[in-house]
Design a protein around this ligand. Structure first.
Ligand code: DOR
Ligand code: ZN
Ligand code: ZN
Length: 407
């Protein structure tokens, strides 16, 4: 496959990108696509082509909660959003907390995804440190809940926590406020790499910054909702919908998060895509909101208003996640890496509409929000998995997604 007339971040002039055997073979700075005539040629039309987005934090609900989302529907939403790899969280039913569970989940999900994927393993309150040791390199991290959330995975026993951290190469933690401090201290004692999911408070960022300065291997994630929404968005009508863990915070916290993105304290954007049906959201208290198909298009707004540049966007939305979780051959638009790309039209600043929703949850907190650009094609290892065609219709191609490898 040749992608001609591609704007890329590191070149002033348009280039051609040649993908062969699923990998980027060459980035031709002369844009000399003529010499590759016999191949499938895609015209990027002088739009930006960026490395496919990696979403390190999603809840695809499969198995067990597939009325909310499943691997097929959730990954389709990912493809629509320019996401070529996502990592799935373990609070499915059963929880992904034994080697057996993980093997079973892998075989059940094989062939269902539009894009590439990986799994986080779950830490268990009954102490599954032996399983954690067994599945090394089979999962992205051990996810540990230090606060209660969807599912029943909260762990409060300090001795068990210590054992789980000790057994893990990298722990992803759901920790809010004071619990961030607790997680950091355990990670420091056990020498474990720590990934702080969904930071939402200015004070949590201060803590992360100090931990980084002290030389710890520690990383921080921010979600689109904690960046774009705050308590001022909550009203009588949407107050049940806008419930999530961590809850929305104040405007000053949004600002602290943007500052932390700019100064490198925040490493990644994870959507925490957490679908629940509208009916479920309205009937009883549920935590989480869907967002995977809109994260890139929302983040592009901040490229448009010059808060961040496209280079930083691709770093926090792709490159850093690949590096932190050791995902092989992904995260960079470079020769030798997987041919995972998103083509984005920065001139399309249309509003997000109901018709744009792909997730089974079938609602979005971002209706009427303006996008900073539109995903017009998503390419996975040299295969088109999504395109916005000339009639402005979404077209998807299934059957290409595979599990990632870790180094
Ligand atoms: O709001 C949330 N929803 N926070 C979480 O930690 C879990 C997630 C879910 O799985 O619903
Ligand atoms: Zn969480
Ligand atoms: Zn989550």
């Amino acid at each position: 496959m040749i992608i001609k007339n591609a704007k890329i971040i590191n070149s002033q002039k348009p280039v051609s990108i040649i993908i062969e055997n699923e990998k980027i073979k060459k980035i031709d700075l002369e844009n000399d696509f003529e010499k590759y005539k016999d191949n499938e040629i895609i015209d990027a039309n002088y739009n930006y082509v960026i490395a496919g987005i990696i979403d390190p934090h999603t809840h695809m609900r499969d198995p067990g909660l597939t009325h909310k989302e499943d691997f097929n529907s959730g990954s389709k939403a990912a493809a629509r959003g320019g996401i070529t790899t996502f990592l799935d969280m373990p609070n499915t039913i059963p929880n992904t907390i034994t080697k057996e569970n993980l093997i079973q989940k892998k075989s059940m999900m094989a062939g269902k995804s539009y894009v590439d994927y990986g799994f986080h393993f779950g830490g268990s309150k009954t102490d599954n440190s032996e399983d954690i040791k067994l599945i090394k390199n089979e999962a992205a991290s051990t996810k540990i809940f230090l606060n209660a959330s969807t599912g029943n995975m909260l762990i409060e026993d300090d001795k068990i926590l210590e054992k789980l951290f000790e057994a893990s190469k990298i722990v992803s933690v759901h920790a809010e406020d004071k619990m961030v401090d607790k997680a950091t201290k355990i990670a420091k004692r056990t020498g474990t790499t720590l990934y702080l999911c969904h930071l939402s408070l200015a004070s949590e960022i201060d803590l992360l910054k100090r931990a980084k300065d002290s030389g710890m291997k520690i990383y921080g994630e921010a979600t689109p909702h904690h960046l774009f929404l705050n308590t001022e968005n909550i009203n009588e009508k949407n107050k049940m919908l806008l419930r999530m863990k961590p809850e929305l915070k104040e405007k000053i916290d949004n600002e602290a998060l943007w500052k932390a993105i700019k100064d490198g304290t925040i490493d990644t954007i994870g959507t925490d895509h957490a679908p629940h049906l509208l009916k479920e959201k309205l009937e009883k208290l549920t935590f989480g909101i869907p967002s995977i198909e809109h994260s890139l298009e929302l983040m592009l707004k901040k490229v448009k208003d010059s808060t961040i540049d496209l280079k930083l966007l691709t770093k926090i939305m792709s490159e850093n996640s690949a590096k932190i979780f050791g995902i092989k051959n992904k995260g960079i638009l470079k020769e030798g890496y997987d041919g995972d790309l998103a083509i984005i039209d920065l001139n399309n600043e249309s509003e997000i509409r109901e018709e744009d929703i792909i997730t089974k949850a079938a609602w979005s907190p971002y209706i009427k929000f303006k996008r900073g650009g539109r995903v017009i094609m998503t390419i996975l290892r040299g295969n088109i998995v999504y395109k916005y065609d000339l009639n402005n219709e979404d077209i998807f191609y299934s059957g290409f997604g595979k599990e990632v490898f870790y180094y």
